[in-house]
Structure formats: structure tokens, C-alpha cells
Design a protein around this ligand. Structure first.
Ligand code: GAL
Length: 820
């Protein structure tokens, strides 16, 4: 399996599942008691928790704040470390006696220890990995109470970004007959996929927790996207007592509907286990049919070459913190798709199940990443502390959980691992992790992202994964490809350009930091290793064998407020030198999901549907007559700019270049001539600027920006007017501060107060301002660059929600949402 890439056209064909689930599992998210501190004896069943807070999961205690300079800005300036306890009482009827009862945590942040009725059940350190325990032997039945107690202990200096804290993913109780499909128990792949035929290989692990061997029939029904059972197969196996056995079958699906980026067709596999003529378990895996292949010349999906227009994403969802809501991930990924994104790198940890489900549903390709650290530390209490004992288990469990997802195309064993520099042992660890990947899933290649040059290539480190990910070295693509022709390559992390939405600093200059603690949106600023998107576009075009790029990052995230903060070696991991800066500036989109200008630069390069975007805003009072650089991002042929109706000239894409100040490590020169943006230098005059976009000589799109007057009203718009009354669906309400003519006031920072009536609650507010210390859980928010956001969650009761936004001196606004 090792040199997977070198097989000229090695095709991996997979029919893979979204989610392994069972309707009978009991969602265990409701009615927990929570205490955020040490609580000696809290594992004991009779411990008095009557004063603890009652809540439902998912729960991230750190996002509740408050922000404080005593916490590490690198991890978001929020109280994510310390001890948190969760307890839940439950009863099981007497007929459950003799059954196998398991509790599953989809993720617990961080270092979970679990007790049932005072007995220690087990522990799992890595917060991003799911785990389950068989708790049958600790339980009581009938009228007797059971208590499950969970202690979490996230540590300071354990993460380079905001990890969140708490039971932030779902918990399940699973009750079974002694014979059942094991956790993540189906592994489904196909050795052949074409328009005519899909051959499905299904390995299902059946557990037998009884003292007698079990003869069972494992039956699979394959249900098409249209809901029709298109193939079925039975397999009889014997499962030894207190052991497990695998049923391996092949099934043909004729004329399959293929899973692809534009047609993410999903099948369902319904697996039933029949023992003595009785169904004892039923298990569902959603699947998608597609083939992937790689070689040194590129990546192929269903036989067609696809370049990665990729983004790296951290797992938090802004104001919601790390608590998992499927709709939050869906919205995030829809915004990314709208930018032209076709691939996601789950930097730098296993994502939630829901996130991967959405990727399957939207047709996004995923690079599933396990670790940010191996044995050598980046922060003192990072994963390095657990690597020796847990890495094999964690990596294998990640693959076991995720290997049925059609969206996943690579397993990444790590990001910028410090072992890159370790000549003696680095390659050995890399090889070991690669081998775990192959053992768990030979259908996909392994990879990792390297930022070091050229040592890992020379030291036989880069060669230890199937595909080598290069971080921030676009100028070296050609050299690496020519010098190491056996390596398949892609930009695993690119650009790292920074900005604050709606903020423009003049004149345009390259600075390290700005006194405002914001970063200009002219899209040229970044740390020393970083460069504007344009530079990567250029080198990707020059190197068609590079499989594409994953930009750092799609969305802003909590923590890592580069260029503000500091350096580990001088701050012992604290990044509080530029407090209150505490969130990332790297996103093409801010933490609210509002596009920054850079979003449109990527859209202009990655999409073909006509678009045009203009920057900056046109409110420069006091600068009349002074020169303002105006940029246009478009995928059209040419654009003409007008100021107050007067043409400033037509510019042709590809011919008229924009000079960008560019300085980064391994780049020779001080500037870059970009053919990816059009620009004009125009004297400021209040009024309006308008850009007109041409394709084949015809006007197809235009955009204009007016000088806004004083704030006059608040406007609300909602992403979905109808949501599910399930207690977890969300509606995102965008708030804009407008002048009397409806123009966005680009400097407005008015305080907006919300009031809500009906079957919902405000679960988060934000404005994308990286230096705002306002709480995320509140009923008010200041606008930032004229905008802010309220996130509404449904209750479990169907009805209406009415949200009103008031701001002093401004006309108020109301929106309605229906929950069904
Ligand atoms: C990379 C690192 C990312 C992030 C990024 C910021 O080196 O892999 O996690 O820190 O830099 O530019």
C-alpha cells in the first residue's frame, strides 16, 4: 500500500456511508446537571448535585465567557480550562435486565473520566474523538436510580486555537440484545464503480456478548436515492461466544446513481441481524457511490480531474462555540460552496459526525485530519502528552468512524508536525501512522501537511505518506515536483492572508500590526510566511500537477489572533500582548458568516456564474480629493469604473494588472503583479462608485456603493423563515444598520437590542469584530462595520417566533420565523 501514489492511475472505488445509526438508540442529550469546578465525590451516586445547573447538550461552557485577559488569547481568551462535571439520572425498566447497555459520547472536551453508579467505567483524553463504554454491569433496573457522572479536565496551554469545553457533541444510550452490530460496525467499499455497475463490498462486524455461540443472518438492503430497494443480500455467519465476527459480502447495484460534487447521490444500507428467526438489531448506513484516484499528476473524482479549491476550517461555529448544531455546520459549508469551495481540510482534528454528513450531502471533498501534534510538543499540554498511549487508538477510531463517508478522500495524520525536523525518528513515526491508515482503510491515501523546507523531503519524511501536503511554499512547487518526481503534491495550507470585515486602512501599506488591532481588507497583509491569494493562484496555474490548495482559512475562528498576540517562546504560550484581540483574522468570511472582500476574490477565481465585487466603502469624509484605491474582483472579462457617473476607465482582466506589495519568506522581490484583481486610483468625492462588468463585450453585471448618510434604521433578514421545531434547528438573522436611503452605514457600531417572542430562543449574537469582548450569549450586540448577527434556536414546540431589533434613535425592525 505504501507507494499508493506511484501506481500511475490507481483507482479507489468506494461506496460509502454517511452515518451509521440506529433508530432505537436513545438520545441522551437532555437533563444533565453541570458544575464548573472541582467537586470531590461527584462521581458517587448519592452526591448532592441539587444546586448544580440543569442543562441540555450539546454544551460548551467556555463560550459562555466571560472573556478575560487572564485566559490565553491564543485559545480565544475564554475560560476553556479547569474542571467541569456533568451528572445525569436515569431509570431502566426491569425488562432491560440482561441486555447490553452502552453509552456513547460523540466527543467530550477534554480528558473525560466516566463513572456509572460510582464505579469507574473508563477515560478518554482526546476531546475530538468519539467513544463508548459497555456499562451493563454497573446498572440497576426497575425503580432504582442510575447516575452517570462525567469529569472533564481541559488544561491551559493545551491548544493553539479555541477548543471549547464540555459535552459539546451528542451522547447516546444504546440498549441491545446480546447480539448486535458493533460501534461503527459497517465498513462499505466497492472495488468497481461505473455508470453501469457498482460492486459493493460490505464488512459488518457482529458482536456477541452472550456465553453461547450465535448463528445469525446478516441481511443488507440497498435503498436508492429515490427510496427504492435496488439490491439485497443475506449472509449467514456464526459468532463465537463473547466475541465478534465479520460478515463479508459483495453486492451488485446496476446503473448506480453516482456521488459527485454536483450530484451528491446517497443510498441507504439497512442492515438487519436475524437470530432464531427474530430481528435482533437493525442498523443504517447512508452511502454514496464514487471513485477516487491520485497520481503525481493530480486528483481524479469519477475519472475526471478535479483541482482542490479548498479551505481549512477549525471546528468552532463562532458565537455557538464548539457546541455541535448540524444547521450551523450546514450554513458554514453552504457559504463555502457559494465561494466556489469544493474541498475542506478539517484542521487539525476529527470533525463532528454532523459536519461530515453535511459534506456528504453537499458534495464536498474532505481531508479528514487526526492531529496537530505527535510526540513533540507545540504547546506544553497538547496532544503530545497523550500520543504514546492513545495515538494508535485515536487514529484508528477516527478512520473506523469516518471511513464510510463518500466525501472523505484522504486521511491526514498530522499538521506541521515537529517530527519533520527529527532526522532519526521523524520518518518512523510518520510511517507507523501511515500503516495504521492502510490497515483501517486501504481505499484512501494518507497525507500530512509540512511547513518545513527542504529537510522533510531530504530526510525521507515527506515520502512516508501517500500524498505530500505543502504548507505555504508556492514558490517551491516546481522545485519540489522536479526534485522529488515520485511525490504527489498539493497545497495543504495556503495564503494565510488576514483582514477585518469592512475595515480599510489608507494608504495601502504592508504592516505587521496596526494600532486599531484590526487588519485592512485590501487583502495584502499576512504574517511572514503568508501571502495574498493571488500569489497562490499564480503558482497553482504554473504547476498543473499540484492538486490544488486549501486556504487558511475559510472562516474566522476563535483564538490565534495573528498578527496580534505574540510568540510562544517569549510568552510561554500566552498571546495576550495585544488584548483584546482574541479571534482569527484569517477567514475569507468572518465569524458571523458574513463574507469579507477576500470571499469575492476567491469566488472570482473559483466560480463561473457572473459576479462582480467592488471595494472599499465610499464614506471617506475629510479625504475629499485624496486618492482612494478601488479594487474590483470579478470573473468577467473586463470592468469599467464610474465615480458619480464619470468613467474612470475600463480595465481588462488578464491584461491590466494590479501591483500588490508582497513580502514573505522564500519570495524574491517586494511586489507581485496580480492579474486576478482590477484596480483604479480615484480622487475621493462623496456620491457613488459603480462598476460595470463585461463578458464578450456585453454588460452582464454591475455593482455600486453609495456614500451612506447617518444611521436611520435597522434592517433584519433571515436565512430560513421556516425551521424544524426540534429544539436544535437554527435561523440566522442578519442585522444591518442603514441610512434613510437604505445604504449600509460602513462605520456604524450602534448597539442593537433584541427581543424575542414565541417558540425559540436567542442562542448567540456576534458581529465578527475580533476585538469585541461583548458576550456571545446575550440579547444585544453592537454593530461592527454596520452589521451584526442573532442566532435563533427553535424549541421542541411548533409555533411562531418574532424577533424585534431596536437601536436608540433608529427605526426598529421585526422578522417572523415559523417552526414546524
Ligand atoms: C500554520 C498552522 C495553522 C495556523 C496557520 C496560521 O502554520 O498550520 O494551524 O496556525 O499557520 O497562518
Amino acid at each position: 500500500m505504501k507507494k499508493l501514489i506511484l501506481r500511475t492511475v490507481l483507482v479507489f472505488l468506494c461506496l460509502l456511508g454517511i452515518q451509521n445509526s440506529r433508530a432505537q438508540d436513545i438520545n441522551f442529550n437532555d437533563s444533565w446537571s453541570f458544575f464548573n469546578d472541582k467537586a470531590p465525590g461527584a462521581e458517587k451516586p448519592n452526591f448532592d448535585d441539587s444546586k448544580w445547573r440543569e442543562l441540555n447538550l450539546p454544551h460548551d461552557w467556555a463560550i459562555e465567557g466571560p472573556f478575560d485577559i487572564k485566559y490565553n488569547a491564543r485559545a480565544g481568551g475564554l475560560p476553556f480550562h479547569g474542571t467541569g462535571w456533568y451528572r445525569k439520572n436515569f431509570k431502566l425498566s426491569s425488562d432491560k435486565k440482561g441486555k447490553v447497555v452502552r453509552v456513547e459520547f460523540e466527543g467530550a472536551m477534554y480528558d473525560a473520566h466516566v463513572w456509572v453508579n460510582g464505579q469507574f467505567v473508563g477515560n478518554r483524553p482526546y476531546g475530538y474523538i468519539g467513544f463508548e463504554f459497555d456499562i451493563s454491569k454497573y446498572l440497576k433496573f426497575g425503580n432504582e436510580n442510575n447516575v452517570i457522572a462525567v469529569r472533564l479536565e481541559p488544561k491551559d496551554l493545551s491548544s493553539r486555537w479555541y477548543p471549547g469545553a464540555g459535552l459539546y457533541r451528542s451522547v447516546w444510550l444504546k440498549i441491545d440484545e446480546p447480539v448486535y452490530v458493533g460501534q461503527w460496525g459497517t465498513y462499505i467499499a466497492t472495488p468497481t464503480v461505473s455508470d453501469k455497475l457498482g460492486v459493493v463490498q460490505n464488512e459488518t462486524t457482529v458482536e456477541n456478548k452472550s456465553n453461547q455461540k450465535a448463528k445469525v443472518v446478516v441481511k443488507h438492503d440497498y435503498v436508492s436515492p429515490a427510496g427504492i430497494t435496488v439490491a439485497s443480500i443475506d449472509d449467514e455467519i456464526e459468532v463465537p461466544a463473547n466475541s465478534s465476527a465479520v460478515s463479508a459480502t459483495y453486492t451488485n447495484i446496476k446503473n448506480p446513481k453516482i456521488w459527485d460534487i454536483d450530484s451528491p447521490n446517497l443510498y441507504e444500507v439497512v442492515t438487519t441481524i436475524v437470530q432464531n428467526g427474530k430481528i435482533v438489531d437493525s442498523y443504517s448506513s447512508k452511502i454514496g457511490l464514487r471513485s477516487i484516484s491520485f497520481d503525481t499528476d493530480g486528483f481524479y473524482l469519477n475519472g475526471k480531474k478535479v483541482r482542490f479549491n479548498g479551505v481549512c476550517l477549525h471546528h468552532d461555529n463562532g458565537a455557538l462555540g464548539s457546541a455541535v448544531y448540524k444547521r450551523a455546520d450546514e450554513r458554514k459549508l453552504q457559504i463555502m460552496k457559494n465561494m466556489g469551495v469544493n474541498a475542506i481540510r478539517t484542521s487539525h482534528n476529527p470533525p463532528s459526525r454532523e459536519f461530515l454528513e453535511v459534506c456528504d450531502e453537499l458534495g464536498l471533498l474532505v481531508l479528514d485530519e487526526a492531529f496537530d501534534t505527535w510526540k513533540v510538543e507545540k504547546v506544553p499540554n497538547g496532544y503530545n502528552v497523550f500520543f504514546e498511549e492513545w495515538a494508535e487508538r485515536d487514529l484508528k477510531d477516527m478512520i473506523k468512524r469516518d471511513r464510510n463517508h463518500p466525501s472523505i478522500i484522504m486521511w491526514s495524520t498530522g499538521n506541521e508536525i515537529h517530527e519533520q525536523h527529527d532526522k532519526k525518528n521523524g520518518w518512523k513515526v510518520a510511517k507507523m501512522l501511515h500503516e495504521y491508515c492502510v490497515e483501517m482503510d486501504p481505499t484512501r491515501p494518507s497525507t500530512f501537511g509540512m511547513n518545513n523546507f527542504e529537510a522533510p523531503y531530504k530526510m525521507n519524511f515527506a515520502q512516508q505518506a501517500d500524498i505530500a501536503g505543502i504548507n505555504y511554499k508556492p514558490t517551491k512547487y516546481k522545485y519540489i515536483h522536479e526534485t522529488y518526481p515520485q511525490l504527489a503534491l498539493y497545497g495543504s495550507e495556503t495564503s494565510s492572508c488576514t483582514s477585518s470585515r469592512g475595515i480599510y486602512h489608507l494608504p495601502i501599506e504592508k504592516y505587521e500590526t496596526h494600532e486599531s488591532l484590526h487588519v485592512t481588507s485590501y487583502d495584502i497583509i499576512g504574517p511572514p510566511w503568508a501571502y495574498p491569494p493571488d500569489v497562490e493562484f499564480h503558482f497553482q496555474e504554473q504547476n498543473p500537477n499540484i492538486m490544488g490548495e486549501f486556504i487558511w482559512t475559510g472562516f474566522d475562528y476563535l483564538g490565534e489572533p495573528t498578527p496580534y498576540g505574540g510568540k510562544d517562546n517569549s510568552t510561554n504560550g500566552y498571546w495576550n500582548g495585544h488584548w483584546p484581540s482574541h479571534a482569527s483574522y484569517f477567514g475569507a468570511v468572518d465569524m458571523c458568516g458574513f463574507p469579507k472582500d477576500r470571499f469575492y476574490l476567491y469566488q472570482s477565481h473559483w466560480t463561473t456564474k457572473p459576479m462582480i465585487h467592488l471595494l472599499p466603502h465610499w464614506n471617506w469624509k475629510g479625504m475629499e480629493g485624496e486618492t482612494i484605491p478601488v479594487y474590483c474582483y470579478t470573473n468577467l472579462d473586463a470592468a469599467e469604473l464610474f465615480v458619480n457617473g464619470k468613467s474612470m476607465g475600463k480595465k481588462v482582466k488578464g491584461k491590466d494588472l494590479t501591483e500588490l506589495i508582497v513580502k514573505f519568506s522564500r519570495y524574491e522581490g517586494d511586489s507581485f503583479q496580480s492579474k486576478y484583481r482590477l484596480s483604479w486610483e480615484v480622487p475621493y468625492q462623496a456620491g457613488n462608485i459603480k462598476v460595470v462588468g463585461y463578458k464578450n463585450g456585453k454588460i452582464v453585471k454591475e455593482e455600486q456603493i453609495f456614500t451612506a448618510g447617518k444611521p436611520a434604521k435597522v434592517s433584519l433578514s433571515v436565512d430560513r423563515k421556516e425551521i424544524a421545531a426540534d429544539g436544535s434547528d437554527l435561523s440566522y438573522v442578519t442585522v444591518k444598520v442603514l441610512d434613510k436611503n437604505g445604504n449600509l452605514c460602513p462605520d456604524a457600531d450602534n448597539l442593537v437590542q433584541f427581543s424575542l417572542r414565541g417558540e425559540g430562543e436567542i442562542v448567540g449574537v456576534d458581529n465578527g469584530n475580533q476585538i469585541s469582548l461583548e458576550p456571545f450569549q446575550a440579547k444585544q450586540r453592537k454593530a461592527f462595520s454596520g452589521m451584526c448577527l442573532a442566532i435563533i434556536k427553535s424549541t421542541k414546540k411548533a409555533g411562531k417566533i418574532k424577533l424585534t431589533a431596536n437601536s436608540k434613535g433608529l427605526k426598529r425592525s421585526t422578522v417572523s420565523i415559523t417552526t414546524k
